[in-house]
Design a protein around this ligand. Structure first.
Ligand code: NAD
Length: 746
């Protein structure tokens, strides 16, 4: 089961600290237990009977673009199935959806949220299992006609059918992504998928949380056939005319093979997840044990497995992250009026200034989302280099089946490269991504001010320079803001929208809608050095550099943070960012946060020696094409000789604490200074922008888990031992004193 919630679709997404209550449209878990009858509400399933006596059930949730499985829909489906079972004239059943891009998006995760009691979770699992069982037990042949996302519970419904036919459209995605949320498929998915496609492939899908496109799903056996969306029901009806299918036999679906597979996979999964994500291990156990049992016994294993997982902190945090993503996709500003002229029209014409790493990445992203883009750099050579970079991203996307050849051609055609000034009057949004230099950017903004139309929004992708200064040099400071994309643009979903002191709310709203329109996840932050992400990340990276100078090895540092749950260690990240870029940002931040920012001397020495990280092939690691980076044995030569005191900090826990405490402290300061006002914004942005251990829920959620008193006690200890930069900020100190937490729900 996977979810999207109805209350989210209605725009009221529960956020940590404020779990949304039941709504009139669909009761939440507690209300539903003693719930009003579903008969009082408009149906979510339409039923028709064709002339050939095949019944068609069409999922069509009223007032929503998505279908989801909540109690109401499950109960309705159960009633429909009972009625169909009692209608001897019905010869077959087709299940389909009326939505444009969703078959069924899964179970409503609100039913498994932190407010649900273990009894409620058990009840919902058993309800789902019994409905799927009812469908699987119908004596008539059944088929799922799938157009749009059929994921989690949506695909478990398909698995309970005899046949599956899917449309080849891009919107059609099929699979079981539950382990990504710290759960496992427990409405029959862990039991029926291995019986359908064989144990090894089913494990690939379930443990990898895969949701392949329909063509791939056919190859894997998850779907029987492809058919155009408009013929799906017809093809499903033809399949039904073949009668009930015979059961498939898979030679590895037996106890012995399953135990060998489990024994081989378990250590690999443990190594990969470092034991931080219990769901994959539990799913492996449930699937491999369940395969040699009866269906009811296997379903009982599923149920017990998910009940165990739903209690874990990892699962709760992963579900919270999911809800925060949904919130970012739909967020609007309360204070803007949607009738204001500036907040109305969507952005249709764009320009990007600077065709370097970021400018070309942004132009590619916009062009792939149907937007025409003018791409400007200082000379033809730079423009050509940028275009080559864009072509490479498209080529790679084509290889990975993200784009068709036609989409690549059309995308490239939407980009208008230019090495000279061109009129920009008709452009709605200009994104400046030129070299990080305040004077240069000020000049660019002044020139843009002359070239663009009155309503054009001027955005900068600067990493750390003040928006206020760029805005001040223009006649339109209210139309200037920051749109901070992350590198690589086509992989990183987060975007920081930086609000200058004079940015108009309507402009902010339009930028917010733009970020959502282009499929990014926005976080709105105040204009201050480093904004949010770089400000929190930099103390962590600099501390890793200081620890390196103090004697910790590159491997110790990176291993410590991988073990904490970061996707990449800090030394490796410094190499990826570029030592020169990191030093530049560090110096900008050091100028503003002098009291606590010491820049390790090693970085400047590495730059002098040409060790810039991945881009020069050498940094803390040696990078060779096609090979895993290995630690650069020469890098220790660049440490200042006076700083290495042997290895006083080699203990993994000590290393982790030092690096993580600084991120927590800076996160708390960002709240103090109202860079953002909601702790969930910090946590969400750090998870999406830096990969901060998602199972820990973000730096502030992690601080709550540690407890402010314990945390500040440990920080004070470091201060007493000569590390003054660990001084807890005023907010943490007062929280420790008053026994407070960042989130009210814990
Ligand atoms: P880059 O050096 O790769 O590219 C900068 C480009 O700007 C160059 O092609 C340069 O010729 C061009 N340029 C310079 N002056 C210009 C002018 N007057 N008009 C038009 N183009 C001009 O730099 P980058 O890494 O792409 O960074 C660009 C901006 O994005 C910077 O502000 C940087 O801080 C920010 N940023 C970078 C990253 C990153 O990881 N690289 C991430 C987020 C934000």
């Amino acid at each position: 089961m996977i979810e999207t919630s109805r209350s989210q679709k209605a725009g009221s997404v529960p956020t940590p600290g404020s779990t949304a209550g039941p709504t009139a449209e669909a009761p939440g878990p507690r209300a539903a237990l003693g719930a009003p009858s579903v008969e009082a509400l408009p149906p979510t399933i339409q039923r028709t009977l064709r002339d050939d006596h095949i019944c068609v059930l069409t999922f069509d949730r009223p007032g929503s673009s998505a279908n989801i499985f909540d109690r109401r829909t499950l109960t309705e489906l159960r009633e429909q199935l009972e009625s169909i079972a009692g209608s001897p004239e019905i010869k077959g059943l087709v299940l389909t959806s009326a939505k444009r891009s969703i078959f069924i998006a899964g179970a409503d995760l609100n039913m498994l949220s932190e407010t649900a009691s273990p009894e409620e979770v058990r009840e919902v699992i058993e309800l789902g299992q019994s409905v799927m069982n009812r469908l699987a037990a119908l004596p008539i042949p059944t088929a799922a006609a799938i157009h749009g996302a059929a994921v989690g519970g949506g695909y478990e419904l398909c698995l309970a059918c005899d046949y599956r036919v899917a449309s080849p459209d891009r919107a059609t995605k099929i699979g079981l992504p539950e382990t990504q949320l710290g759960l496992l498929p427990a409405w029959g998915g862990s039991t029926r998928l291995p019986r359908l496609i064989g144990l090894p492939r089913a494990l690939e899908v379930i443990l990898g949380a895969k949701t392949p496109a329909s063509k791939q799903a056919v190859k894997l056996g998850m779907v029987d056939e492809l058919a155009p969306a408009e013929y799906l029901v017809q093809v499903a009806a033809r399949m039904i005319s073949l009668g009930k299918p015979t059961h498939r036999w898979h030679y590895l679906n037996n106890r012995l093979a399953a135990s060998v597979i489990a024994a081989r996979l378990r250590p690999k999964l443990l190594k990969k997840t470092r034991g931080r994500y219990p769901a994959v291990l539990k799913a492996l156990e449930v699937v491999t044990r369940g395969i040699s049992k009866s269906i009811p016994e296997s379903l009982a294993l599923e149920r017990d497995g998910i009940l165990e997982l739903a209690k874990t902190e990892a699962c709760r945090n992963l579900i919270r992250v999911f809800f925060l993503q949904e919130r970012a996709k739909k967020r609007t500003l309360a204070e803007t009026s949607s009738t204001h002229p500036l907040s109305r029209p969507p952005i249709t014409r764009t320009a990007v200034i600077g065709a370097g790493v970021m400018g070309s990445g942004i132009a590619q992203w916009l062009s792939a989302r149907q937007l025409p883009v003018i791409l400007r750099d200082i000379n033809a050579e730079r423009v050509a280099k940028g275009m080559a970079g864009i072509a490479a991203i498209y080529r790679d996307g084509r290889k990975r089946h993200v784009f068709t050849p036609r989409e690549v051609r059309d995308g490239l055609d939407r980009i208008y490269p230019s090495a000279t000034d061109v009129p920009l009057r008709q452009v709605d949004m200009v994104i400046e991504a030129a070299t990080e230099n305040l004077e240069l950017k000020k000049k660019i903004f002044q020139r843009l001010d002359e070239l663009v139309g009155d309503d054009t929004i001027l955005a900068t992708n600067t990493s750390a320079l003040p928006i206020s200064e760029l805005a001040a040099g223009t006649r339109r400071p209210e139309r200037v803001l920051g749109l901070h994309f992350f590198n690589p643009v086509h992989r990183m979903q987060l975007i920081e929208i930086v609000v200058g002191p004079r940015t108009a709310p309507e402009v902010l709203q339009r930028a917010l809608s733009f970020a959502q329109q282009i499929g990014k996840l926005p976080v709105i932050v105040k204009d201050a050095p480093g904004f949010l992400i770089n400000r929190i990340l930099m103390p962590y990276l600099l501390e890793s550099g200081s620890l390196f100078e103090a004697g910790a090895s590159v491997t110790d540092l990176d291993e410590a943070m991988l073990d904490f749950g970061m996707p990449m260690g800090p030394m490796r990240l410094l190499d990826e960012v570029g030592i020169d870029v990191a030093l530049h940002v560090a110096q900008t931040l050091a100028a503003s946060y002098k009291d606590r920012t010491a820049v390790p001397q090693t970085l400047a020495k590495m730059i002098q020696a040409g060790l810039l990280g991945r881009k020069t092939g050498r940094g803390f690691y040696v990078h060779q094409k096609g090979k895993e980076p290995r630690v650069n044995p020469d890098v220790t030569q660049h440490k200042p000789p006076t700083t290495d005191h042997g290895s006083p900090v080699a203990n993994c826990r000590v290393l982790q604490e030092r690096m993580v405490f600084l991120m927590i402290n800076e996160s708390a300061r960002c709240l103090e200074e109202e860079i953002v006002t909601d702790p969930a914004d910090v946590d969400f942005a750090m998870i999406m922008g830096t990969g901060f251990a998602p199972f820990r829920g973000g730096p502030l959620r992690h601080a709550d888990t540690l407890g402010a008193e314990k945390l500040t006690g440990a920080m004070d200890f470091l201060v007493d031992n000569g590390a003054a930069h660990f001084k807890p900020c005023a907010l943490l100190q007062s929280m420790a004193k008053n026994g407070e937490k960042f989130y009210r729900d814990k």
